[in-house]
Structure formats: structure tokens, C-alpha cells
Design a protein around this ligand. Structure first.
Ligand SMILES: Cc1cc2nc3c(=O)[nH]c(=O)nc-3n(C[C@H](O)[C@H](O)[C@H](O)COP(=O)(O)OP(=O)(O)OC[C@H]3O[C@@H](n4cnc5c(N)ncnc54)[C@H](O)[C@@H]3O)c2cc1C
Length: 394
């Protein structure tokens, strides 16, 4: 039996980051990863908000591009341009970055075990149940589930709601026609509350993708039709195809069970409006590190509950608001979306979104729109009446 202070299940970005901090603090840390290679296949658009630099700076070699704004397109292509003068988000090499994060954890002393698939945990003893017989027996004082959407540990504790599916291509354009510092977001009721995105890697290359509550084949067709019908992307070649699942945040999810804590996608720590899980995952890992250290120092695992309490205090209000935005978008038809974009344009909302908008936090912008009476005027009246008690809350 090999015994650790902390065992992390899954060498994804969030698990590896947690492992790094614990190893750096001097604890005996192991990471159990089911695959034989880190970070592949790519399942990410690789866009991360600029707050990352204050939290966990991304080394230059993994930054492919920087963006400072977005073009938001309605179904009939009414366009809102929102921007700031400084970088708002980084487009990263996710595969390289994941490998870097795992290597950093190993450099700090964490031991990595590839091809070690976990199927469960014995919460009373901290023993890990492995998929294959004949592998070492692992045991830890604290177990951290960072195994992503498919996590068997979280699934034994929580009920997972229907995830979003996502399809993405790496696209090479014929000409250097992309605006390198702007992403594009396309709304349409077929995929709402999901959307189509185009994230430039250069003037000629982008990651173009779609997410929604449909199966991968349907999303693939939507993406292909979109590319063929859009003059900006029509003359292009698909270099690679990717797909993946995006969990929907569930406020009911437990984040702590006995000596196990759940982090990242395994805990559905994903922003409902954008599907982004990196920043919130890193922020949650940071909260968890301090609490796990306190629990280990005091040999009192009931202290782990504080992680769930702090997570909820910091994120719950914003995440619930974003779930509500998601629900609102789902109820809008293409004609509503078009009208909404048109009205927003006339109400000078581009400026308002540019000032108060943030890809990770939407409460500030919504509060401002409610205060200025804009929200009431852009939503179809029936929908607004049905939903106004919740909107007025902000
Ligand atoms: C198409 C797509 C685009 C996205 N774009 C963005 C974006 O632009 N920005 C953003 O912030 N987020 C984005 N996301 C979400 C983001 O990729 C995830 O939130 C993030 O990867 C979560 O990290 P994680 O470490 O929690 O889980 P994961 O990255 O899923 O890592 C989990 C790890 O655990 C391992 N594992 C799984 N099960 C077991 C097991 N039983 N035993 C041992 N190991 C196991 C896996 O092999 C994997 O290495 C996107 C997601 C998709 C699908």
C-alpha cells in the first residue's frame, strides 16, 4: 500500500494545479491519470480571461494570441462590437499548457502515475479503487477528484444533468482576413443557449466551434453549414476536428464527501453562459488548497466542508444568475434575438457592454442594464413578465 497526504484523480489543468500547490507546500502528493498522455485529445477552445494573469500567469510560450473584443452576431447578422483597449483574453495552446501544469506539479515533488484509471474511493479509509487488478494499492488522507465530466467519484455522489456537447474545428482560411484581436460569437435559436464561436489564432487560422444541447453529429452539421454559408469562412480548409462535453453547473452538487473533495469539471465548476471552466477551476483549486492544508495540519477532515461553503459564498450568486441568463436565451426565438440586437444597438449598449461586460462575470453588466431600464425594453414583453421577479432581484 502506497500512502499519500493527498491523491489527485485526473491530471487535467485543475487537478495538476492543485497538485502543484500541495507539493510546493511540502505534502506527499500523487496524481492518478487514466490516459498515457496528458492533454490529448484537445477538448477546448483555449480562451481564458485576463484575470488568469493575477491568479496563475500563463508563460508566454503557451500564449498563441491575445484578444481585446468581440463581434456579437444576431441570426440575421445585426452586429454588436464590444471592445476594450487592453487585452481581455488569451488564446492558449491548451495541450502544451496542460503538460506544463503537470510538469510543474512533478517538479514540485508530485508523483504522476499515467494509465492509472480510478473507479472509486473508500471514503472511510481513503483507499483508492483502481480499474485494473495488479496495480499498486493507493491510499491518501485526502482525495481530490479532478477527473472531469466523466468522473466516477463525483458520479457516485452527485446526479449529473444533461451536459452540453461541443464540436470544434481548426480552420485555415485562404486569405489573411481575420481580425486577430477580436473573437466572433453567433447566436441562433437552433443551438441556444449555446452559440457558435470563432477564435483567431492568427489572421489566417481560427478555432471555430459550437456548443448546445444536441448530439455531436447534429452540431457537426450545423458547424459545416455555417462555414459554407458564411463568406468569411467559406474558402477554408478544416485541419482538425475536436469534440467534447461541457457540464452544466448544478447548484445541488456536493463538493465534499468525507475525505474527498471535488474540483473543476467534476464539480460542474463551469460558467453557464460561456462554457468556460478554466478560470473558475483554478480559483476553486486555490480555495481548496488552503482548506486541505488546514484539514491535514489539524487531522480533522470535517474542516474540508469549508471548501464547499467558501465556493458557494464566492461563486453561487454569479453562477445562478448565469443559469438564469441561459434559461432566458433558451426561450428566445431568432426574431426575438434579432429585435434584441437591433434595440441594443439603438440604446448604445455597445458602449455599456464594453465598459461593464466581462467574459467571466456578467452580474455587473446585468445590474447596470436593469438600472438603466434597458433590460426591460429589449426582452419580449411576455418573457420579461414571466421572468421579471428574478431579473429585478439584481
Ligand atoms: C469544445 C470545448 C471548448 C472549451 N473551451 C473552453 C475555453 O475556451 N475556455 C475555458 O475556460 N474552458 C473551455 N472549456 C472547458 C474546459 O476545457 C474545462 O472546463 C477544463 O478542461 C476542466 O479541467 P479539469 O481539470 O476539471 O478536467 P479535464 O480537463 O477534463 O481533466 C480531467 C482529467 O482526468 C482524467 N480522468 C478522467 N477520468 C479518470 C479516472 N477515472 N481515473 C483517472 N483519471 C481520470 C482525464 O483523462 C483528464 O486528464 C471547453 C470545453 C470544451 C469541451
Amino acid at each position: 500500500m502506497v500512502e499519500y497526504d493527498v491523491l489527485i484523480v485526473g491530471a487535467g489543468p485543475i487537478g495538476s494545479t492543485f497538485a502543484f500547490h500541495m507539493a510546493e507546500a511540502g505534502y506527499k502528493v500523487g496524481i492518478l491519470e487514466k490516459k498515457n498522455k496528458i492533454g490529448v485529445p484537445l477538448q477546448c477552445a483555449g480562451l481564458i480571461g485576463n484575470k488568469i494573469m493575477g491568479l496563475k500567469p500563463v508563460p508566454d510560450e503557451y500564449i498563441i494570441n491575445q484578444v481585446r473584443g468581440a463581434y456579437l452576431h444576431s441570426p440575421s447578422d445585426h452586429i454588436l462590437k464590444v471592445s476594450k483597449s487592453e487585452t481581455q483574453a488569451y488564446v492558449i495552446d491548451r495541450v502544451g499548457y496542460d503538460n506544463y501544469l503537470t510538469q510543474t506539479a512533478q517538479n514540485a515533488g508530485a508523483e504522476l502515475f499515467l494509465q492509472h484509471k480510478v473507479i472509486g474511493v473508500e471514503n472511510s479509509t481513503g483507499k483508492i479503487i483502481m480499474d485494473k487488478d495488479g496495480q499498486k494499492d493507493f491510499k491518501a488522507k485526502v482525495i481530490v477528484d479532478g477527473a472531469g465530466y466523466s468522473s466516477p467519484i463525483s458520479r457516485s455522489i452527485n446526479k449529473f444533468s444533461q451536459p452540453f456537447q461541443a464540436a470544434q474545428y481548426l480552420l485555415n482560411l485562404k486569405n489573411e482576413s481575420l481580425e486577430k484581436d477580436f473573437v466572433d460569437v453567433y447566436a441562433n435559436d437552433i443551438i441556444s443557449p449555446g452559440f457558435i464561436w470563432s477564435i483567431p489564432l492568427s489572421k489566417k487560422q481560427c478555432r471555430i466551434g459550437v456548443f448546445g444541447h444536441h448530439d455531436y453529429h447534429f452540431l457537426n452539421r450545423i458547424l459545416k453549414d455555417f462555414i459554407e454559408s458564411n463568406p468569411k469562412f467559406r474558402e477554408s480548409s478544416i485541419i482538425k476536428k475536436y469534440h467534447g462535453k461541457i457540464p452544466v453547473y448544478s447548484p445541488q452538487n456536493k463538493l465534499v464527501e468525507g475525505r474527498t473533495i471535488i474540483l473543476g469539471d467534476a464539480a460542474s465548476q463551469v460558467k453557464p453562459t460561456t462554457g468556460g471552466g478554466l478560470l473558475i477551476g483554478f480559483q476553486s483549486a486555490k480555495i481548496a488548497v488552503n482548506i486541505v492544508i488546514r484539514a491535514l495540519e489539524n487531522e480533522d477532515f470535517s474542516l474540508l466542508q469549508e471548501y464547499e461553503i467558501q465556493f458557494r459564498n464566492i461563486f453561487e450568486k454569479e453562477l445562478k444568475l448565469q443559469l438564469f441568463v441561459q434559461k432566458t436565451f433558451k426561450a428566445l426565438k431568432n426574431s426575438d434575438l434579432d429585435l434584441m440586437f437591433e434595440k441594443l444597438k439603438t440604446k448604445n449598449a455597445e458602449e455599456l457592454i464594453s465598459i461593464y461586460g466581462d467574459m467571466d462575470t456578467q452580474s455587473l453588466l446585468i445590474k447596470e442594464m436593469v438600472k438603466r431600464g434597458i433590460l426591460f425594453s429589449i426582452l419580449p414583453q411576455l418573457l420579461y413578465r414571466r421572468m421579471s421577479p428574478a431579473w429585478n432581484f439584481f
